[in-house]
Design a protein around this ligand. Structure first.
Ligand code: CP
Length: 310
């Protein structure tokens, strides 16, 4: 049970077998997390730095919890309040953290490609916790793992990703992950939020959200990332919600119950209404729960430690 990569930079670099190995390991860790004592000694004496240059709630807490459940020593770094404000570079920042004998680095950065750049300059394993508009590999792994729990093998399953595809690292990592696993993928949303030539990645494009919902078994709804849009790409949030937001009436009009997902954070009343996000069809909090097991699996497999996972 090992991966073909030293770092988890993106899903693009993983093989289908890597993804299945991560799922199998996460299955075991998920069982550990159901026990009264939710901790194993697998990463005892391993020190992990969580280096976050961009805001996070779920990913940051989930990685820290995963590391602690594996008995790793953990240090947390946030760019705000650090010497980055004094002009220290990314490589200097990380090399100074590594000088304190850190073994692995989990990094989120607003610049696309930052983890690949860092991987060329340091020896420690790097795990990408989201880079700009590029990839968010552990999110895609936990999303596919959560789909698999409900729908079984994803080969031939139909997944629609809806919303701000253009600015979404979750969308790109999901596309890589789901197509490697044999799922069929449609991206849906306003034409201004769907990148040109995205069909080259093996996905369908649908601008009519109702049709996209009718086609799929699983809908992964994405947040509108206003913070990454430097010019307006649709008129108003209200209009976006009217034409592209997922509401109860839309789901009730379908002939089947589809599974609803969202990576968070949710803009309630914009891309999804509360009566959808909080419904029985939603597995949004299962995604969050599964994030810990997936991140335990990734950390464990990249650490090179080979004790038991029982
Ligand atoms: N899904 C996700 O990446 O959430 P955070 O930005 O809160 O980590």
């Amino acid at each position: 049970m090992s991966l073909t990569v030293k770092h988890l930079l993106g899903i693009k670099e993983l093989t289908k077998e890597d993804i299945q190995t991560i799922f199998k390991t996460a299955d075991n860790f998920k069982q550990v997390l159901q026990r009264p004592i939710k901790k194993v000694p697998s990463l005892r004496d391993t020190t992990i730095a969580n280096v976050f240059f961009e805001n996070s709630t779920r990913t940051k807490i989930s990685f820290e919890l995963a590391e602690k459940r594996l008995s790793a020593d953990v240090v947390n770094f946030s760019a705000s309040g650090s010497s980055v404000a004094k002009g220290e570079t990314l490589i200097d920042t990380v090399n100074n953290i590594l000088a304190m004998k850190v073994d692995m680095v989990v990094m989120r950065h607003s610049a696309s490609g930052a983890p690949w750049f860092l991987a060329k300059h340091i020896d420690a394993s790097i795990i990408n916790a989201g880079d700009g508009v590029n990839e968010h590999p552990t999110q895609a792994l936990l999303d596919a793992f959560s789909m698999r729990e409900v729908h079984g093998d994803l080969k031939g399953k139909r997944v629609t990703i809806i919303g701000d595809i253009l600015h979404s690292r979750v969308a790109l990592s999901n596309i890589f992950c789901l197509t490697k696993l044999g799922a069929e993928v449609t991206v849906a949303g306003p034409p201004t939020l769907i990148p040109k030539h995205i069909q080259d990645l093996g996905v369908r494009v649908e601008y009519d959200v109702k049709k996209a919902l009718e086609w799929c078994e699983i809908a992964n709804v994405l947040r509108i990332q206003l913070e990454r849009q430097n010019k307006p790409l649709f008129s108003t949030l209200r209009e976006y919600s009217l034409y592209y937001g997922i509401n109860r009436d839309m789901l009730d009009g379908l002939e089947k119950d589809i599974t609803i997902m969202h990576p968070g954070p949710i803009n309630r009343g914009v891309e999804i209404n509360s009566d959808v996000a909080d419904s029985d069809q939603s597995i949004i909090l299962d995604q969050v729960e599964n994030g810990v097991a997936i991140r335990m699996a990734v950390l464990y497999l990249l650490s090179g430690k080979r004790d038991l996972v029982e």
